[in-house]
Design a protein around this ligand. Structure first.
Ligand SMILES: NC(=O)c1ccc[n+]([C@@H]2O[C@H](COP(=O)([O-])OP(=O)(O)OC[C@H]3O[C@@H](n4cnc5c(N)ncnc54)[C@H](OP(=O)(O)O)[C@@H]3O)[C@@H](O)[C@H]2O)c1
Length: 222
């Protein structure tokens, strides 16, 4: 076993792929869960569950405790107002990173932003994901001297329920697919591979970055 990685959002499409990948690579995964019935995507996968919420400091301390890395994949992906998104997508990052930085040795920290951060049409969601990028840079500068690396992943579209809901018709899917240089959207597994990289020593000199994993979406948009 390679140590513990603390994970939020493990019940979701991308989070469950990350959990599977980490377990497969020999990590122990400790995951925060707010509703036990939602574990179905991870049946048969060895996970240490911490029952709790992102608002409760004690729950977050139990989650983080001796972790080697913290991966915040929980995300509010549906809503209208800033308030619908801000707490999970930005505030929770700040809370988790502060708790992580108090540990010794402190775990590295990773969260999932979105290229939507560059997309004004998705305003409140996009604003929260943009705030997350700014926070990643600030936290990396603040905690760098304690040897804490803080990074984010900046994905393009990923084949998930969120993607299906946002692009209901074949025309919409074709439009989004064609925005990517690779002419396809990503898979949760491809995001998991990037998370594994940023959570591990393989990325030892990366901090304060929002790493593109976007199939070339960003180059077709500039
Ligand atoms: N799908 C895409 O195309 C895409 C693209 C770019 C970035 N992302 C980002 O990737 C991350 C995962 O996306 P996904 O598509 O896998 O979403 P998803 O399937 O809807 O999963 C969202 C996860 O976040 C958790 N969550 C949501 N609100 C929470 C809260 N208030 N407290 C605790 N947990 C909460 C959910 O837990 P429950 O099961 O308890 O609801 C679930 O585990 C998100 O941050 C999203 O913004 C997704």
């Amino acid at each position: 076993m390679r140590g513990v990685i603390a994970l939020t959002g493990a019940t979701g499409f991308i989070g469950s792929a990350i959990a599977r990948k980490l377990v497969k690579e020999g990590w122990r995964v400790r995951a925060l869960i707010r509703a036990p019935l939602r574990r179905t995507r991870l049946e048969g996968v060895s996970i240490e569950w911490v029952h709790g919420t992102l608002e409760n400091i004690e729950h977050l301390e139990s989650l983080v405790s001796d972790a080697h890395a913290v991966v915040h994949c929980a995300g509010a992906v549906r809503g209208i107002t800033d308030a619908d998104f801000y707490d999970v997508n930005v505030e929770a990052v700040s809370r988790l990173a502060q708790i992580a930085a108090l540990r010794s040795p402190a775990p590295r920290f990773l969260s999932i932003s979105s290229l939507a951060a560059r997309e004004p049409n998705l305003s409140a969601y996009a604003a929260s994901k943009s705030g997350l990028i700014g926070l990643t840079e600030v936290l990396a500068a603040e905690y760098g001297p304690k040897n804490v690396r803080v990074n984010a992943i900046l994905p393009g579209a990923v084949e998930t329920a969120m993607y299906d809901e946002a692009n209901g018709t074949a025309e919409e899917k074709s439009y989004i697919t064609n925005l990517h240089a690779l002419k396809r959207v990503g898979s949760p597994d491809e995001l998991a591979q990037a998370a594994l990289y940023l959570a591990s020593d393989a990325s030892s000199f990366q901090s304060g970055t929002a790493m593109l994993v976007d199939g070339g979406l960003s180059i077709t948009r500039t």
